[in-house]
Design a protein around this ligand. Sequence first.
Ligand code: AMP
Length: 326
Amino acid sequence: MPRRLTGFTPSGDLHLGNYIGAIAPIVAGQGTTDTVVFISDLHALTLEHDPSDVRRRTLEFATLLLAAGADPGTCLFLVQSHVPEHTELHYLLECTTGYGEAQRMIQFKEKAGRQRQVRMSLLTYPILMAADILLYDTDEVPVGEDQTQHVELARDLAQRFNTRYGPTFTVPRAVNPPVAARIMDLTAPGDKMSKSAASPTGTLRLLDEPDVLRRKVMRAVTDAGSDVVYDPERKPGVANLLAILAACTHEDPNVLAKRFDRYAELKAAVADAVVATLAPIRDRYLRLSGDPDHVRAALRTGAERARELAGRKVRQAKSAIGLLPG
Ligand code: AMP
């Protein structure tokens, strides 16, 4: 079975884009894919952060993943900082990365350009991400286009390390989700729905109440004209609504488009489908969050299992790179 790895950084709120693009595929792949699901709390420290927010969100994300159907008996389910091998391997990979190579990362240039004070970890986080991936002999990393360059870096580092110090790491590859799995902001369909969106009205949060979800969908930006067609280039707003409906109902957006004469009808159907998808997750979340010890126990077991795998990999890498076993 190929091993897949997905991380969720506990900054901002999880939204429908995360669910359709990442969480639903994890749940659907359980049984046919060997999956590593983790909360990448260390990555949340690369930008200005509130410590209590990161801690609260880490538990919230873990609870939401369980509520959405992630099965810790099938997946390796963990919090990144609970497995210190992530940072241990990070250092070994820093010693394999060129300074220019890290500086070339587009995400770094974009994020650093928007801030006055840039943390060193913003520069090095793709190397930590490479460690996250290589630690578990990951074969496939499902990512959007914005993260493809980071998976390329992980590939380069794995190949370089293997060539210089002997075969140690599986060389991973990025798998891009289909276009329809990329959900756009409801108020700005040119931008991806994102945890850090400037306006919350374009983001359907997993924990939004059903009424709030409905209101946001009914106010979504549509396009000129009035016919409902799936055309992401010419009608990005309508195409996004159709993509959401398609993902929630497991149907084809082109086929769905033919069922609607007016935008208002499409929006009503999208609102119903989104509520039908997210309300049960929210309900399970509310139940599970009443028992945080259950969630913590699942994370503890996950970290223990992960440390067995990761510990072996780090020992192998340390020995290959020239460190004397203690
Ligand atoms: P992030 O929110 O950037 O931490 O991403 C967590 C996971 O959700 C990654 O696998 C992303 O590719 C996925 N994801 C984030 N935003 C979207 C979106 N708007 N549409 C589809 N997938 C997304």
